[in-house]
Ligand binder design. Structure first.
Ligand code: SF4
Length: 459
């Protein structure tokens, strides 16, 4: 058995693991939901409560609670404060869980974010409402095949179920609060508002044969790359899996209206996807689901700044997505400046993880290189890059993307000149390193990560 196959697990196991909460958390949750939820709902609204098993791993409830604790979120309603406070201490990432009561579950702030559920959670929800087993697949199709944006559009569901969904669940369709397009209309960048008022960017790029959406995974970013407008903003919060998926569906609906289909997704927008690991992986699996959106894994690219432990973990997920590593420098001294996380995970550790990922998955790794004048566009850096790649990476599993820097307001450096780009690429040619010089699409529309949000906030 190969190393890769030993590490691989069935997809279903991985999916379950994404949703699982620690045992202590489950115990606290179960204790917390005793009484008010079951008795209150069934008495007052005449339908059965959610099953305890379902509620115990309900990501929508956790997601709602996260959002509730953000500024600008819809007003909070009644909660069992003691149990929820105890529960919050057992969760990672400072998630404050609010325990559903009759009020919160029936009111606008206690609704379940449907796009945060995977198919099995949706089945459990509808089962707890005594719906027949085929209903979950019907709803799933409305969400991910027909791309409806309102429960009323789910026309093969009984009216009573549509009303119940409208009362207890939400689709949280993302609102466009600003938008910018290139003059040829091939690139469009939208600033999207989340339920708690935070905003994120997503970009749609039209190529000859592809329609590619670039999605955000966090509001802001903690990685602090100095040339990046998002890094300059700092981290506000992680996105839920539904909020990541929702960006792809937003563009898929726009394309659907033109008789087109979204063909590719790149997780290269605001945030570091691997710092929001579980939600990012859940979003990838949901977009790839064979009964839903059916986006091929090889049509999904995840970009990371180089979180080494998570790259190792990703290699064990039995996925065929493309990994893109934002490298930008081939010596630790320079990369420490351009990509601060390098001070924690230096180039030796990063390339060890990349080599393992390529071997485990058989997938080629893309190395991204934003060319900055006088810093990383030099012959020394080009040769150091070639040395690194030849000495570490398996042959044929490497590609370098050279991207002229998209200047951002808070960073004084300029993009490399065309002469420097030519000289840099000539060295890669000579050293047999495969590369592409990417056209900088959309500089005029602040297409660099975080720039539209920056512009919107300063206007
Ligand atoms: S470049 Fe990516 S990882 Fe770095 S700060 Fe910007 S969003 Fe974060």
């Amino acid at each position: 058995m190969t190393r890769a196959s030993k590490l691989r697990r069935p997809l279903s196991q991985s999916r379950d693991r994404c949703l699982a909460l620690p045992p202590q958390t489950l115990a606290l949750w179960r204790e917390a939901i005793k009484g008010p939820l079951s008795e209150g709902i069934s008495r007052a609204q005449g339908h059965p409560p959610f099953s305890r098993e379902f509620t115990a791993h309900l990501p929508g409830a956790v997601r709602t609670s996260q959002a509730l604790n953000q500024p600008g979120r819809r007003p909070r309603q009644g909660t069992d404060s003691t149990a929820s406070q105890r529960l919050s201490h057992s969760l990672p990432c400072a998630t404050i869980v609010r325990v559903p009561t009759m009020e919160t579950t029936s009111g606008p702030s206690g609704t379940i974010a449907l796009y945060d559920l995977d198919l099995s959670s949706l089945e459990e929800l509808l089962d707890s409402w005594d719906e027949p087993s085929y209903r979950a697949e019907q709803v799933w199709e409305w969400l991910y095949v027909h791309l409806v944006d309102a429960f009323d559009g789910m026309t093969n569901l009984p009216k009573g179920l549509r009303q119940k969904l409208a009362r207890h669940a939400t689709l949280d369709i993302l609102d466009v609060v600003d938008s910018a397009r290139t003059s040829d209309l091939r690139t469009r960048k939208d600033l999207l508002q989340l339920a708690d008022g935070q905003t994120i960017e997503a970009v749609l790029m039209r190529y000859e044969t592809r329609r590619t959406a670039c999605l955000s995974t966090q509001v802001g970013c903690a990685m602090g790359c100095p040339f990046c407008a998002t890094g300059q903003m700092g981290l506000r919060r992680d996105l839920t899996s539904g909020e990541i998926v929702g960006q792809a569906l937003h563009f898929a609906r726009c394309l659907q209206a033109r008789g087109e289909r979204l063909t590719n997704v790149v997780l290269m927008g605001m945030g570091e996807p691997l710092a929001n690991y579980d939600n990012t992986l859940a979003a990838i699996r949901r977009l790839n689901h064979s009964a839903g959106f059916r986006l091929g894994q090889r049509h999904i690219t995840l970009s990371t700044v180089g979180l080494v432990p998570q790259i190792h973990q990703l290699g064990t997920e039995n996925l065929q997505i493309t990994l893109a590593v934002s490298l930008h420098a081939a010596t630790d001294a320079l990369r420490d400046q351009l990509v601060p996380v390098n001070r924690r995970y230096g180039l030796d550790a990063l390339f060890e993880a990349c080599t393992a990922y390529a071997e485990q998955t058989g997938r080629r790794i893309s190395f991204e290189w934003a060319l900055i004048e006088g810093l990383n566009d030099t012959p020394e850096q080009a040769n150091a890059l070639a040395d690194r790649l030849h000495s570490t990476m398996p042959g044929g599993l490497v590609h370098v993307n050279l991207i002229p820097l998209n200047p951002s307001g808070g960073y004084p450096e300029a993009s490399a000149t065309s002469e420097a780009i030519e000289a840099f690429s000539a060295i890669l040619d000579r050293r047999s390193v495969p590369y592409t010089i990417r056209v900088r699409r959309g500089a005029a529309i602040q297409a660099g990560c975080g720039q539209l949000r920056q512009r919107h906030q300063s206007s």
